[in-house]
Design a protein around this ligand. Sequence first.
Ligand code: FAD
Length: 343
Amino acid sequence: MNIAEYKGVFVFAQQVDNELSGIALELVGKGKELAKDLGTEVTAVLVGSGVKALADELAAYGADKVILVDDPELKEYRTEPYTHALASVIEKYKPEIFLVGATAIGRDLGPRVSARVHTGLTADCTRLEIGDFPINPIPGREQLHNQLLMTRPAFGGNTIATIACPEFRPQMATVRPGVMQKARKDENAKAVIEEFNPGFTPNNNYVEILDIVKAVAETEDIMDAKILVSGGRGVCSAENFKMLEDLADVLGATVSCSRAAVDSGWKPKDLQVGQTGKTVRPNLYFAIGISGAIQHLAGMEESDVIIAINKDETAPIFDVADYGIVGDLNKIVPALTERLKAE
Ligand code: FAD
């Protein structure tokens, strides 16, 4: 592999039902920053059937170029044709960096593609930057410049590992949704659109989709919420979450929770914030009866304003909170709700 041949930052622009996923725009935003540091361009790879119209949105969020792989075989996500599409794009265009969202689709697709093109992949990254590798010079070992430094939590969040892939290209990562920032939208921005046909053979034995049953969400996705009222083990029961729901109603907020609340069966997993849940970045985050374990903080510490309610004044959540209330949540939460109702 001649790694000098590999140029440019490519991102997989995930779409579902011909709508771009949030992660697609987050990756374009991050890709643009990395491309700037490398003096190159960011290219979005748009894969699907009848998805050409989405290229304009990718351009508006900063893509310099869109490679469009449009084929009826790609209507719904299936591992084999999508792997073939992305691996073919990599083999033809030879990108230096290739990013995929760490969504259910990306976690399936990213490792397959990296294996197909014989490179490495760092999964579930929470930080990406261009830098030197090894980060600290080691006597007798060459320090390589302009490497993609991929950072992710490891050992259950107890350590943060920064990983590089100096000998293979592209440098591939899956990136945790909600962590990277979208770029500001510019409706007038235009991207070069290039259509690419990887060629699909008939009678290919791909998995056949017989039916799709969509999950019906009862509440707003916590990743989209502007205000989150989050409860932990201190809430003590599923019934007690009613208190948090009442507060959320007054604030126009959405209820979320810690893993302890999910493990106790009080709330469903899709409301879990944290390392093995979702990463959220609301304007306002209430942490109620949540101690502030590192795995929980990993999912919410980027919130604009954090208010913690906890009876233990030494709870680590107070280290990241902008405002803290020490006391029993059973008294404080209803009182706060009543006060807000009265305003
Ligand atoms: P606790 O740590 O038990 O804290 C409860 C808090 O409630 C305490 O601080 C207590 O003082 C307070 N409290 C109790 N009663 C009251 C009251 N009446 N009034 C006020 N305060 C009260 N956790 C996550 O949240 N998200 C994750 O994604 C996640 N991923 C993980 C991944 C791995 C690999 C591992 C090992 C762990 C993970 N965890 C995750 C678990 C994490 O380590 C903690 O165990 C968990 O976050 C604790 O949840 P909690 O704060 O609700 O409970």
